[in-house]
Ligand binder design. Structure first.
Ligand SMILES: *[C@@H]1O[C@H](CO)[C@@H](O)[C@H](O)[C@H]1NC(C)=O
Ligand SMILES: *[C@@H]1O[C@H](CO)[C@@H](O)[C@H](O)[C@H]1NC(C)=O
Ligand SMILES: *[C@@H]1O[C@H](CO)[C@@H](O)[C@H](O)[C@H]1NC(C)=O
Length: 356
């Protein structure tokens, strides 16, 4: 009898403990209510209802090269947008024959597209058109007279508008640059491991407490009247970051109201904040940094910046040849090794600068 009573007590103790722990975890989750101010709700509602399907007809104005049928695979898992300069075909070819040369990862379709701005000459335009006909992986966005957005930012808005118009079913969109090595298998593996249905997903190397440019002589000058806060909102560094499709729509809707001469990645951060989307940090993105090559380190990292075409070839060939899994211990040593080497590179970089 006594024993039984004790058992019941122990049961209630653990039941309550579990219940309370769950409540606390639940309370710590960011619920939409946290962001419930008028504009955020408005942006999210507009994003849900946004329909650009009739914009398809007018597409040739904004997109001289549109490749509207690229996303015919309706179950596209990850669409990668590689921002590239019109004349850098050498680098695009290097990307094509290395990390971008995959269409299926763990059975999930992936697609890579180059996002390119306006060309300077008609010869360059012809070259780009024939490159597009050959590979079918180019989208050219044409800058309009809307001068309130500048170069890279406008290109980003054009790119996400293209996604909403022609690729509205891609689950995730990765935005990156031609100078970046992207580890697609690691990224897809990570995305597949997410437990909850990912909405409001904005993942990258998060930059915190970055100050706005307050130099009146700089082209990126952000006057306090336009942006009074001391710090910029948290944003994902622009070398590589991932948005879920709903965030693509939310950022696009918010972009109509954000007018600030900031870099494209900061701009996306401002738009995300307006839509009540907070970025999630992953240190597996290197941000703007180049990571010194080590096979197990590159196996684990999501991205490494500052890659020329030869470096891409070298890294890819080596990763292909090894093509084996790294153990946890090997990954650990790999990370320590490439972190140390990257740190030393930075030191020698500063030393050589001082020497000049
Ligand atoms: C297409 O472009 C024309 C002229 O710029 C404009 O008047 C029209 O509203 C556009 N249509 C759509 C569906 O965007
Ligand atoms: C992509 O890889 C395949 C082998 O996996 C190869 O045959 C093909 O030539 C590669 N494509 C490019 C553009 O290098
Ligand atoms: C092409 O891109 C690579 C990587 O960003 C860069 O190192 C190279 O200088 C670029 N070349 C041209 C012609 O723009």
């Amino acid at each position: 009898m006594l024993l039984e009573g004790g058992g019941v007590l122990v049961f209630w103790y653990f039941f309550l403990k579990t219940f309370i722990t769950c409540r606390i975890t639940y309370l710590l989750q960011p619920t939409p209510g946290v962001y419930a101010d008028g504009t955020v709700v408005g942006v999210r509602e507009k994003a849900r209802k946004l329909d650009l399907s009739n914009a398809k007809e007018n597409v040739s104005q904004a997109y001289p090269i549109a490749n509207p049928d690229v996303c015919k695979t309706s179950d596209l898992f990850l669409l990668t947008l590689v921002f590239s300069s019109p004349d850098n075909i050498t680098q695009r070819d290097a990307v094509r024959r290395t990390w971008a040369n995959q269409t299926l990862i763990q059975g999930f379709p992936v697609q890579i597209l180059f996002i390119i701005g306006s060309t300077q000459t008609s010869a360059a335009q012809e070259a780009l058109v024939s490159e597009s006909e050959r590979y079918g992986d180019v989208v050219q966005g044409h800058a309009t007279a809307d001068s309130s957005l500048h170069g890279p930012t406008e290109k980003t808005v054009l790119a996400i508008r293209w996604v909403i118009t022609f690729c509205p079913l891609a689950r995730f969109v990765l935005l990156t640059k031609e100078s970046v090595f992207v580890n697609l298998p690691a990224i897809v593996g990570y995305l597949l491991g997410l437990h909850r249905h990912p909405e409001d997903f904005y993942l990258g190397r998060v930059i915190q407490r970055d100050s706005p440019d307050r130099d009146p002589n700089s082209p990126g000058y952000l006057p306090p009247s336009l942006y009074p806060s001391k710090y910029l909102p948290e944003y994902c560094e622009g070398a590589a970051y991932i948005l879920s499709q709903d965030v693509v729509r939310k950022v696009y809707v918010a972009s109509a109201e954000v007018r600030a001469p900031v870099p494209a990645d900061v701009f996306v951060g401002l738009c995300a904040k307006k839509a009540g989307v907070a970025p999630t940090h992953s240190a597996r993105f290197s941000g703007g940094k180049h990571i010194r090559y080590n096979a197990c380190c590159y196996h684990y990292m999501f991205s490494s910046a500052g890659m020329g075409s030869h470096e891409l070839d070298r890294v890819w060939t080596d990763l292909r040849q090894r093509d084996r899994k790294c153990s946890l211990l090997q990954t650990y040593y790999g990370l320590v090794a490439c972190k140390t080497l990257t740190y030393l590179d930075k030191l020698s970089f500063f030393n050589s600068q001082e020497g000049n």
